[in-house]
Design a protein around this ligand. Structure first.
Ligand code: SAH
Ligand code: SF4
Ligand code: F3S
Length: 457
């Protein structure tokens, strides 16, 4: 790897990423903007001249981790003499001043919307003693100032939408990421073509509310494209075999998008569509703007459009006022829909959000008991789905080396990891495989037929 070669004057950058895929995308972009300053990747924080913690504020535990990690990095800076420490992302946005006060050895605190200005911030921090705090929501979108991302393997993230105007009562995202913004379609198509030219075969479109996308039409910028229109245009890019998008909100799951699942073969039959709760009372209190029946109807339409549609969701247990009956409604919905994979969390009161002040708060013991029960059901659904795949033949995109020599890992249409014996030269191609076994978090498969490395699933 060329990056591992130490050039004279070369500096090393270590980025630790917490939170969602948006942060993963942002971390890669931060590395891109710092590359012209001579920063290449470091394997560890010990090894680095600059450390960035790209943080997440979604739950208390995530936010607290930042301060404990900073405590571990501080002695490194003392030993080395010089090291730039930056805290980026959603904790930085929400608690910038507190970070500066609690951890004065931090040089730079920057929010998710200002990292295009990092080179300038680094230059200022390099001047002894200057601390930089930049958590503005600037008028200019950062995307206009970022270098074109390079593909790093067969799968890539592409951020198309940012921020959130929905203000669910439990959630910090509208405060940490700011108002909804959709990138112009022309910019996204250009970025996607660049990624495909660099070898990406599967692109996941990212946004906090990705299906609320309404970016400028490439030909008539006063009009906008919705996500379905954008997906149809992306599907015309030669060499882009697979398209995914995340995270979606049920309220924005319009008929155009559902129809695209039926007739755009590149659009993968797996959708993360968080419902949070199955109780209408709790959904209303959360300000989600839909009922459990609305959710059921969306799922029915999706399955009508594409029969093999697999769904995953996020759930919150112990939202203020959640009774056993409300929780029972969630379990009922889970049993009815049948998710193939999900994330579930105890409700975590977040400073400044309306739900944190609501009464009655549910005790930690009850939250945890409900969470365990829910997770048992979700785990069983995951196992049932994986087991149902045994004997099935489908296309996987070979993405990584496996744990054993001669083995590669691929991604199924439903986002499962699938192991198969294959020549490493086949990385980045499609393999048609038959599933033969189920492991804890993956499937084992054998070749169904010779590799054709052409079409998608
Ligand atoms: N925009 C997405 C979710 C983004 S946040 C949506 O509307 O579905 C990711 C997930 O974190 C949420 O789906 C929710 O389940 C969880 N989450 C957000 N705030 C939380 C809180 N205060 N406590 C517990 N979980 C939370
Ligand atoms: Fe948070 Fe709700 Fe916005 Fe999702 S839609 S990011 S849960 S406020
Ligand atoms: Fe966390 Fe911010 Fe993502 S709070 S989940 S990193 S948008």
């Amino acid at each position: 790897m060329a990056d591992a070669v130490e050039l004279p004057g070369r500096k090393k950058l270590f980025i630790k990423t917490y939170g969602c895929q948006m942060n993963v995308y942002d971390s890669a972009r931060m590395a891109d903007v710092l590359a012209p300053l001579g920063y290449g990747p470091a394997e560890t924080a010990e090894d680095a001249d600059m450390v960035i913690l790209n943080t997440c504020h979604i739950r208390e535990k995530a936010a607290e981790k930042v301060f404990s990690d900073l405590g571990r990095i501080r002695p490194l800076k003392q030993t080395k003499g010089t090291m730039i420490i930056a805290v980026a992302g959603c904790v930085a946005q929400a608690e910038g001043a507190e970070i500066m006060a609690r951890a004065p050895f931090v040089d730079i605190v920057l929010g998710p919307q200002t990292y295009h200005r990092l080179p300038e911030m680094v230059a200022r921090a390099a001047r002894a003693g200057e601390h930089v705090l930049d958590t503005e929501f600037p008028a200019e979108p950062k995307f206009d100032f970022l270098p074109a991302p390079k593909a790093d393997g067969p799968t890539a993230f592409l951020s198309i939408q940012e921020g959130c105007d929905k203000f669910c009562t439990f959630c910090v995202v509208p405060y940490t990421r700011g108002a909804e913004y959709s990138r112009p379609a022309a910019d996204i198509l250009r970025e996607a073509r660049g990624l495909v030219a660099g070898g990406a075969r599967e692109i996941t479109l990212l946004g906090q509310n990705v299906n609320a996308y309404h970016g400028a039409d490439p030909r008539e910028s006063t009009r906008s494209w919705n996500l379905a229109r954008l997906i149809r245009a992306l599907a015309e890019i030669d060499g882009l075999w697979r398209i995914r998008y995340t995270t979606s909100h049920p309220r924005d799951m319009d008929d155009d998008l559902i129809a695209a699942h039926g007739d755009v073969p590149q659009l993968m039959p797996f959708l993360h569509l968080p419902v949070q709760s199955g109780s209408d009372k709790i959904l209303a209190a959360m300000n989600r703007g839909h009922t459990r029946d609305d959710y059921r109807r969306i799922v029915d339409k999706l399955r009508h459009a594409r029969t093999d549609m697999a769904l995953s969701s996020d759930f919150i247990t112990g939202y203020p006022g959640e009774t056993d009956q409300d929780f029972g409604d969630t379990l009922e919905l889970v049993n009815e829909i049948g998710f193939v994979q999900s994330f579930s969390f105890n409700y975590s009161p977040r400073p400044g959000t309306p739900a944190a002040m609501m009464k009655p708060q549910v005790s930690d013991a009850v939250k945890t008991e409900r969470l365990h029960l829910l997770q048992q059901i979700l785990d069983a659904q995951l196992r049932t789905f994986n087991t149902s795949c045994v004997g099935k033949t489908f296309d996987i995109l070979l993405t990584n080396a496996g744990r054993y020599p001669g083995q590669l890992v691929g991604r199924s249409p439903y986002l499962q990891a699938v192991h198969v014996m294959a020549d490493p030269q086949l990385l980045g191609t499609i393999a048609t495989v038959t599933v033969v076994s189920v492991e804890a978090y993956s499937l084992g498969a054998v070749w169904a037929r010779e590799n054709t490395s052409a079409a998608s699933a």
